[in-house]
Design a protein around this ligand. Structure first.
Ligand SMILES: C[S@@+](CC[C@H](N)C(=O)[O-])C[C@H]1O[C@@H](n2cnc3c(N)ncnc32)[C@H](O)[C@@H]1O
Length: 239
């Protein structure tokens, strides 16, 4: 788990991102100062009198593209803010990801890698995407949340910020919450039950009521393997 993480999100819809990331566990961690997440409006960095940030693509074709200059200015302002608030500027150079269907597919392992970055900047695209030169200039990696196309990078950015944020020390009240979670150790999670012990005629498995911890652990592991084999055999092959 990482000890400290600042996430800056560059977007055309900062209120949307802020709203999603203000609720529940992530919201509490932000209010407590455990997690530093800031949403920036790229439009604030437009020099156009109508605050435009998009333009038609060279070569023709449908749709609009996000232009490089406003995003670059937004990024430089973030970089400068990080530099001025840290002692070791080089060490705190942000790792920049661009949410994109062309990117590396996001997984729990990748979330762990990103949680170690210290400073993470997430760029949300919109329209048909962003000018390629901007990607070449500032982006370290493109990240996809799956093989489908969404209208914007805001939902993907919130998914990444949530999955990465919960890995930061102190965000989850019980650190061991991570340990048995799906994908930890290459397995999906076992079934879980809470009161009442009988519901709609369905009983909680006896072993979970036995108080015998070794048997409970064994049962849970077997169920994890069974479910993974049935639903995600690819995970078992990797393991
Ligand atoms: C309509 S999409 C652009 C798709 C782009 N023209 C393409 O074909 O790859 C607009 C924005 O949504 C975001 N987006 C869409 N699908 C995504 C995915 N699967 N993973 C991550 N970001 C996605 C990206 O930020 C993208 O720039």
């Amino acid at each position: 788990m990482s000890e400290k993480l600042r996430i800056d999100i560059m977007t055309l819809f900062p209120e949307f991102v802020d709203f999603i990331l203000s609720e529940s566990i992530i919201g509490r961690a932000r209010r407590a100062g455990t997690l530093d997440i800031r949403a920036h409006n790229i439009r604030d960095y437009s020099e156009d009198k109508h605050r435009r940030v998009d333009d038609t693509p060279y070569g023709g074709g449908r749709g609009m593209l996000m232009a490089a200059p406003p995003i670059y200015r937004c990024y430089k302002a973030i970089e400068e803010n990080i530099r001025s608030s840290s002692e070791n500027a080089e060490e705190n150079k942000p790792y920049v990801i661009y949410m994109s269907p062309r990117g590396r597919v996001f997984t729990n392992e990748y979330a762990k890698e990103l949680s170690e970055k210290g400073n993470l900047v997430i760029l949300c695209g919109h329209y048909e995407g962003v000018d390629e030169r901007l990607i070449e200039e500032i982006v370290d990696e493109e990240v996809s949340i799956g093989d489908y196309v969404l209208t914007g990078g805001e939902v993907p950015a919130c998914i990444v910020a949530d999955a990465v944020g919960r890995l930061v020390d102190g965000v989850l009240t019980l650190p061991e919450c991570h340990e048995n979670e799906s994908f930890e150790g290459g397995l999906l999670e076992y079934p879980q039950y809470t009161r009442p012990a009988v519901w709609m005629g369905r009983e909680v498995p006896d072993v979970l009521l036995s108080g015998h911890h070794a048997n409970i652990d064994k049962w849970r592991h077997e169920k994890s393997v069974e479910i993974t084999k049935e639903r995600r055999p690819d995970l078992l092959e990797k393991k």
